[in-house]
Design a binder for this molecule. Sequence first.
Ligand code: NAP
Length: 312
Amino acid sequence: MAVEIVQTTAMPPAIQQVLDREFHVHRLWEASDRNALLKQVAPNVRGMVTSGGVGANRALIEALPRLEMISSFGVGYDSIDIDCAKERGVTVTNTPDVLTDDVADTAMALLLAMMRRIPQGDQFVRQGQWPKAKFPLTDKLGGKKMGVLGLGRIGQAIARRAEPFNVEISYFGPRRKADIPWRYYDNLVAMAKDVDILMIACPGGKETEGLVNQAVIDALGPKGYVVNIARGSVVVEPALVTALVEGKLAGAGLDVFADEPNVPEALWKLDSVTLAPHVGSATHATRQAMGDLVLKNILAFFAGQPVLTKVV
Ligand code: NAP
């Protein structure tokens, strides 16, 4: 008998095919009455496939008394109640490393697009304005200082990409890292005062909620830029929006927001801002690699083997 699992959200087709072949999958995201389906299948469900976006809250984990493992699509697990999983002895896995390059590429793309006004230049050409006017001058990346908030896998990949652009790197995090050549700050406001660009690459969740607050925004000042490819929750979004609207920050490149997919309308009109719909890892190759890891983890677990990328 196939192991019964619940799946909270759609997976890439090739991944779904394997899940459907190997497991008895209950598709929560397609159910007309999600709670009724959950209640009906709960006594037999031993596994869950979810994503960083959808997660698994306490109510969902506790609704499944025989749940043994959660295989999540995404590296961030702030939307999964890890305390509850621990209490219940549920194994949780994520998909680190395979997405690092794409997310770092996205961060650099947002940074350059914002500073050099690439989206506006594109519109300028398409709307036939080039023969009539000159496109305004923009800001230079080379020579700027970038402070990375959260120098983990993605933060380091961004820093390594930024260095050849002649950008000076420093970082803030819970601890100084051994064998890292870049300057360490144990105070985020102090780092924000010293840099031109704040690159946000730490995890979401309670520990980092609102870290980028009014004091950090003020320290960056009207020549400062923010790029966020981490989580919307890390930033006090109303303070960021107000600073951008009032020109108290030079610009922002944002892939993530406090209440996705709802993006504050005040940002839509600002030339100083480049917006992306949470697409840091969204390439065919990387989404396939993330899906493969979701599969490897859940297949290993139910085959009695060690999982590959364990969170808890
Ligand atoms: P990671 O390797 O675990 O790196 C996280 C870094 O943040 C670590 O260096 C960690 O420091 C630091 N950190 C932890 N708590 C902190 C705090 N309170 N203040 C400052 N820094 C803190 O994770 P990753 O693979 O680089 O991923 C980072 C995050 O990127 C994910 O959690 C996810 O939210 C986000 N992400 C976004 C996208 C997207 O599509 N936009 C895609 C993938 C991931 P220590 O090393 O000292 O613990």
